[in-house]
Ligand binder design. Structure first.
Ligand SMILES: [Zn+2]
Length: 292
């Protein structure tokens, strides 16, 4: 690959204008659409693998070391490379335990016997990878694109700081609630013990809260604060409740990002991979139809 100058995501992600964001996400999804047309899952979509030259408006999706081709005939995956240079082993036989990092309740580990691909970087793995679902698809990359978008919208990078898969599942439950994860596990016929009850958070409120974190000096979704004036689910002060079902109305008029980008975010970060938006369909989303 020829040399390409690029800017570090770390230096610009928190100050992207809507136009910058639109250009960035559109190019990321175009790259994914192209890869997916070849029935290939990139599997390691993250900011440092999506080079961006801001000055020249150039983009490049790189590092296909974890990529996997979808084998249409056998409906399974095969690696496109023999070696996996990244952080964890690729498609290794899975005799690990599937558990949820549940601090409140005891959970029973379940032995699983089937191989499931789990290449990629912690924090960018979707539920189906964490649940070790065998028939993974290109939807894996769309989730990772959603995680990148969350970093931009929330000003937090990396967004998920999972130390392992069970902790990662716990982080997902904290934001998206336990019901959706339970339902998806059932649809994918994966058995994961989740005893924790958590209602979903409102993505836009969460992103804005995290972006303003330094101003309001509030700690998001800490499980330690049990003050009565705090919400029992998100643990924020009630007027600042981040829950999807909160009765408190939030004024979004000062948000620099439009409502429709959060709609796109929700479609990319759909827990059930069968319902997650594809790169091709995401490019048709209203967020990309407006000029900013
Ligand atoms: Zn709440």
């Amino acid at each position: 690959m020829p040399y390409m100058r690029y800017d570090r995501f770390h230096d610009y992600f928190y100050k992207m204008s809507v136009k910058d964001l639109q250009e960035y996400m559109e190019n990321l999804l175009i790259a994914l659409k192209r890869v997916h047309e070849f029935n290939v899952i990139h599997r390691d979509v993250k900011p440092c693998n999506f080079l961006h030259d801001r000055k020249n408006h150039k983009f490049s999706l790189v590092d296909f070391g974890s990529a996997q081709a979808l084998d249409k005939e056998s409906d399974s995956l095969k690696s496109t490379s023999n070696e996996h240079p990244s952080d964890e082993s690729n498609s290794k036989p899975n005799d690990e335990e599937v558990t949820c990092d549940d601090k409140n309740e005891q959970s029973t580990p379940i032995k699983k016997e089937i191989p499931a691909a789990r290449a990629g970087t912690p924090g960018y793995r979707p539920t189906e990878v964490l649940l070790k679902y065998v028939n993974q698809t290109t939807a894996v990359d769309c989730w990772a694109a959603g995680v990148i978008l969350t970093s931009i919208l929330s000003g937090r990078y990396p967004f998920f700081e999972s130390r392992d898969d069970s902790h990662a599942l716990d982080e997902i439950i904290t934001i998206f609630g336990d019901e959706m994860v339970r339902e998806t596990a059932s649809v994918l016929r994966r058995n994961v013990p989740i005893s924790r009850k958590k209602r979903p958070l409102h993505l836009r409120k969460l992103c804005i809260c995290m972006r303003n974190l330094q101003k309001i000096q509030n700690i998001p979704f800490s499980d330690n604060d049990t003050t009565t004036s705090n919400c029992d689910n998100c643990h924020q002060l009630l007027f600042n409740c981040l829950c999807q079902d909160s009765e408190y109305n939030t004024d979004f008029s000062n948000d620099i990002y439009p409502a429709n980008v959060y709609d796109l975010l929700g479609k990319l970060l759909t827990i059930n991979p069968h319902n997650r938006i594809s790169a091709q369909d995401a490019l048709q989303h209203p967020f990309f139809q407006e000029a900013y």
